[in-house]
Design a protein. Structure first.
Length: 120
């Protein structure tokens, strides 16, 4: 997998089709800690592979953030399994902090893919 430079000098991975099947080891809590410390990066190669898998897993049921008020407020949502069906919004899960919202989505996706919940 090759990396390329993006603005700001942070390296990001090119789209790697194998990353979509990258096995996530639920015991790798170091990756959880790395994301918690720096949700916006830069990330290690291993964490980049995990994030790629989380973000490109089958869309049906995948957790997403929906902007309610740009730059100020977000709500948790779940993608439907088919096009044309509205995103399921979870109005009881709203966020005023993008970092807090991204942390919750990371935890939900981790549990969905590994079967292991992340305790705060």
């Amino acid at each position: 997998m090759r990396a390329q430079r993006r603005r700001g000098g942070v390296r990001m991975l090119n789209n790697d089709p194998d990353a979509a099947h990258y096995p996530i080891d639920a015991t790798r809590r170091d990756l959880v800690d790395e994301f918690r410390r720096a949700p916006r990066g830069p990330h290690s190669r291993e964490l980049q592979m995990v994030l790629h898998r989380m973000r490109w897993e089958s869309p049906g049921g995948r957790y997403v953030l929906v902007t309610v008020d740009p730059g100020r407020r977000w709500v948790l949502g779940r993608l439907p399994g088919e096009r044309g069906v509205p995103i399921e919004l979870m109005h009881n899960k709203t966020y005023d902090s993008l970092a807090a919202a991204e942390w919750d989505v990371f935890k939900l996706r981790w549990e969905a893919l590994t079967g292991q919940a992340i305790e705060d």
